[in-house]
Design a protein around this ligand. Sequence first.
Ligand code: ADP
Length: 480
Amino acid sequence: MIIYSVRLKLTAWYVALLGSILILFSFLLFFFLSKRLYEGVDNSLKISANVVAKTALNRYTSAPLPGLENFLEQFLGYGNINKFYRIYDGSGNVGSLSKNIEPSQFPLTEESYAKALEGKSSYETFTLSENQNIRVLTRPVLRGGKLVNLIQVGTSLMAVNETMKNLKIFLYTAVPAVLVLATLVGGFMARRALRPVDKINQTARKIGSGADLSRRIPVPDAQDEIGRLAQTFNEMLERLENFFIQVRQFSSDASHELRTPLTVLKGQSELALRKVRTPEEYQEVISSNLEEINYMSKILEDLFYLSKADEAEIRLEFKPLDLALITEDICKHAEIIASEKQIEIIIAFLEPVEIIGDAVRLRQTLWNLLNNAIKYTPNEGRIKVYLQNKNDMAVLSIEDTGIGIPKEDLDFIFNRFYRVEKSRSRTEGGSGLGLAISKYIIEAHKGIIEVESQVGVGTKFKISLPKTATTTPSPVKAVS
Ligand code: ADP
């Protein structure tokens, strides 16, 4: 039979074990007690036979011996019969015998006579009726190596049998009663101990059926295995819940990001088709649509990159490189777009810094940061770039005199699609994914990216990269 409930299994094991111990204990108790009691009877018979031997020696008479009956009564215990003695001569003829026994009862057997001739005593048990057994000791009395007398002493085994019978009845009732009690108590205790597991199970079922990940299991006070299991389960739920929130947020953000340019595209195209336009007007609509298409391509490209990062499918090509060269080069490119807004890019400090990293990804990160600095800095602003060796770190800072980021937004700007001013960022062509990608790249280099900002004053992004610590070229998981 297969038992599916742990509670039943525990109870069954407990009862089976207890039952085995009790049965073994009962057998041992029965065996040793009966052995002791029968030995006690045999010892009493032996002492009695010695007394009879001393009293009776050489007095070969068929009359009962005075005083012996009383002695046997006292020594072998109470009872209506069955404490008797009998004395034979050396040839096996009956001499003296007690009153309560017929000469023909319990005759001298051949075996005990043969043993007596060898000088050995023998014990025999005779059955009178179903519960009436008589134990008989036959003891030889030798003189000069010759058998002169044979003494038989007997007693009933009724008292011993009675004791053993009572013990048997007691064990037959007590053992099952104890087992029934153990089943009830064991079942109760197992249910109590496993109640929190039932609760975990119920909660898990509710979560499974209703997908309500905000539910938590009540953690028992005791920090035992079940308490820890509940805690671990709750922690897992917390992570799952966060994960689902992120996924939901991400899908809604992504669809929103794509819906806006699609709506613009649709609206502009419909408007253009309402009447016949001049070639210049068509050109304007098409170039505006192209901008939206470019914007969507950029979002999809970035999303694709991040999803590959999530799947740890991006392999970074780590090679020794001079970060100063890359910084200088990117700054030169950025100057072209900065000049459109009369923004000055100043390389304030540039030390040669050798690191091991992926040049393409680091260029992409620097470009993101410089591009943001230009986007969010008003005309005629200034951007300062610093590259320094600090112990075993390469520290690169990009500082602008732009609009700044409010304090409450600082914790979120590395999240996907997070923007401080949605509309502004969009008109600047931002996808809201640039900083998430930059953070992923820097952390894949085992570096840190930090931000400090003050609204209306400016923003400083600081990247710290380990110079030597690396970073085997292996797939890395995205972090945000
Ligand atoms: P976007 O493509 O919208 O610029 P990013 O992930 O690069 O997306 O940046 C996220 C948001 O952080 C931006 O929308 C902007 O609000 C803010 N931000 C980034 N860099 C700067 C900066 N240098 N100055 C002010 N705000 C910035």
